[in-house]
Design a protein. Structure first.
Length: 473
C-alpha cells in the first residue's frame, strides 16, 4: 500500500494525506460516538480534478472510498467500517462559492462549504437559502445533499432535494459528471441529480451544486405555545395555515421530557411559560412584505386558538433575542440528549394527521413492555417528522435497555409502517438502518435500488456497508 499512498500524495500533496493515528482519529467516529472505524488514510482534495484523480487511484487498487463532509450525521453514514481498507475523502478544503446569480436566484457552491457559509452568501445578495439545521455552523452542503437533509423549514420550502437545480459529481471510476445547470425547466430525460441526493455517497461524490435562492424575509414572528396533546398541536397547525397560509415557516413540537433535558444540560435556558404542560409547540411565521399585517394575523390566530381550547398558554417573542432564546430550547434537544447519554433513537415520519395515533399507540406499547421507559419526543410536526428517542432515567438501568434495541425498533418501526410512514425521515440509513430497511421496502423496490447501485458502482467501492451492500442482492 505504500505505492498507493504515495500516488495519493502525488495527487493532493503530502499535507493533504493524513495517516498518523492522532491526526486521523477525528475522522473515524460519528458525532454521537456510536460508530468507530479504521482507515488507510484521510485524503483532503482541493478541487474536483483532485477528487477525480483520487477516485481513479482507488478504483485501480480496489480501495473503498468513504466520502465525508462535516461529520455531523446521526446514522454512521460517514464513518468507515472497521476493516481498515477504506480511504476517507474529506471535502472540507473544497469550500468556494463559485457563482451567485442574483437575477436567476441561484448559487453555485462547492461541497465543502458549511451550511452557514451558504446561508451567508445568499444574504450577501439580499436572498436566503432556507435549509436550516442545528448543526449549520459545522455541517457541509455536500453532506446535506447526500442525506437529503430536512431541518425546520421543510414545511414551507421542502427538503434539500427541493432546493437543488444542478450537481457536479465524481463517479466511482473517476469520471466527472457536470450537471451544474441553473435551470428550473429541463425536460431532457432522466433527472440524474436526484439519484445522488439522498444516496449517502454510495453512488459517487458530490463536489458542487447549484442551489435555489429565495426572497429574504423582511419580518418574522416566533411563538411558544403549550398544548395538552399532539391532537391539539395538529389542530393548531391547521388553524394557523388557514389563517397565515404558507407564511407558516416552521412548526416544531417538543415533549416535556425533551424540554427538561435542555433545561438540565444547556446553560442559560429557562422555561418560556410558567407551565409548559406535557407538550409545547414552537411556531415561526415569516413574510417578505413589511408592515404589521403578519403580526396582527398571527396573534389573532393564536388568540382564537386559546379561546377554542387548543392552546393552554402562549408567548410571542417581542425581540430577536427572545426569539433566539425560544429557538435555543428546540435546537439544543439533540445536544442535551448527547450529554445525558446514549438512547435508542428513531427518526420517523408519518402523515401529519396520524401523529397523535402514533404517539398514543407507541407510548402505550413501550410502557407496557418497559414501565419506566423515558420517552423523549420532539421534531418537525409540520411535515410529520418525529424524533422519538427512548432510554431509562437511571443511568445504571440504561445498558440493559439499550440491549433491547431490536425489540424496541420492532414496536416503533412496525407501527410507523402500519400508519403509512417511513423509518428514516431525514437522517438517512447509514449503518444504523441499513439492515432494518429491508423489512419495510418491497422486493421490487430493493431490486430497483440494487440495480442502480450496480450500474454506478459495480465493485461496491463507494461508502461500503451503508444503505445497501452488493452482497445482499
Amino acid at each position: 500500500m505504500k505505492a498507493f499512498l504515495q500516488r495519493l500524495v502525488d495527487v493532493v500533496g503530502p499535507a493533504a494525506v493524513v495517516s498518523s493515528p492522532a491526526d486521523i482519529a477525528p475522522y473515524l467516529h460519528d458525532w454521537r460516538g456510536r460508530y468507530h472505524g479504521t482507515a488507510l488514510a484521510v485524503v483532503r482534495p482541493a478541487d474536483t480534478g483532485q477528487v477525480s484523480a483520487v477516485l481513479r487511484a482507488c478504483a485501480a487498487e480496489g480501495v473503498p472510498i468513504v466520502p465525508q463532509g462535516g461529520n455531523t450525521g446521526l446514522c454512521g453514514g460517514a464513518t468507515p467500517l472497521g476493516d481498515g481498507r477504506s480511504v476517507v475523502v474529506s471535502l472540507s478544503r473544497m469550500d468556494r462559492i463559485r457563482l451567485i446569480d442574483h437575477d436567476n436566484d441561484a448559487l453555485c457552491v462547492e461541497a465543502g462549504c458549511t451550511l452557514a457559509a451558504v446561508q451567508a452568501a445568499a444574504v450577501s445578495v439580499g436572498r436566503q437559502f432556507p435549509l436550516s439545521l442545528a448543526s449549520e455552523g459545522s455541517c457541509q452542503i455536500g453532506g446535506n445533499l447526500s442525506t437529503n437533509a430536512g431541518g425546520v423549514q421543510v414545511l414551507r420550502y421542502g427538503n434539500t432535494r427541493d432546493l437543488v437545480l444542478g450537481l457536479e459529481v465524481v463517479l466511482p471510476d473517476g469520471r466527472v459528471w457536470d450537471g451544474l445547470r441553473a435551470l428550473r425547466k429541463d425536460n431532457t430525460g432522466y433527472d440524474l441529480k436526484h439519484l445522488f441526493i439522498g444516496a449517502e455517497g454510495t453512488l459517487g461524490i458530490i463536489t458542487a451544486a447549484v442551489l435555489k435562492l429565495f426572497p429574504a424575509s423582511n419580518q418574522s414572528r416566533v411563538a411558544w405555545a403549550a398544548v395538552a396533546d399532539a391532537a391539539s398541536a395538529v389542530a393548531l397547525l391547521g388553524r394557523l395555515r388557514e389563517a397565515c397560509g404558507d407564511r407558516v415557516t416552521a412548526f416544531e413540537i417538543v415533549g416535556r421530557q425533551a424540554l427538561e433535558l435542555v433545561l438540565r444540560h444547556i446553560p442559560g435556558t429557562r422555561l418560556p411559560l410558567a407551565d409548559c404542560g406535557p407538550w409545547s409547540v414552537l411556531i415561526e411565521v415569516s413574510d417578505t412584505l413589511g408592515g404589521r399585517a403578519l403580526e396582527e394575523v398571527f396573534e389573532d390566530a393564536l388568540a382564537q386558538a386559546v379561546n377554542a381550547g387548543l392552546v393552554r398558554d402562549v408567548v410571542v417573542a417581542g425581540t430577536l433575542a427572545q426569539a433566539q432564546a425560544l429557538w435555543s430550547l428546540r435546537e439544543n434537544v439533540s445536544e442535551a440528549q448527547r450529554i445525558e447519554g446514549i438512547s435508542i433513537k428513531h427518526d420517523v415520519s408519518v402523515p401529519v394527521s396520524r401523529i397523535p395515533a402514533f404517539l398514543e399507540r407507541a407510548d402505550a406499547a413501550l410502557k407496557a413492555a418497559w414501565p419506566d421507559v423515558r420517552i423523549v419526543a420532539f421534531g418537525h410536526i409540520g411535515d410529520g417528522n418525529l424524533h422519538y428517542n427512548l432510554s431509562k432515567a437511571a443511568a445504571q438501568d440504561n445498558p440493559a435497555f439499550i440491549a433491547s434495541t431490536p425489540q424496541v425498533n420492532r414496536i416503533v418501526h412496525d407501527l410507523v409502517a402500519e400508519l403509512g410512514g417511513s423509518i428514516s425521515a431525514e437522517h438517512g440509513l447509514g449503518q444504523l438502518k441499513r439492515d432494518e430497511i429491508r423489512r419495510y421496502k418491497s422486493v421490487v423496490e430493493l431490486d430497483m435500488m440494487m440495480a442502480i447501485k450496480r450500474a454506478f458502482d459495480p465493485h461496491g467501492l463507494m461508502n461500503p456497508g451503508k444503505v445497501l451492500r452488493l452482497d445482499e442482492g
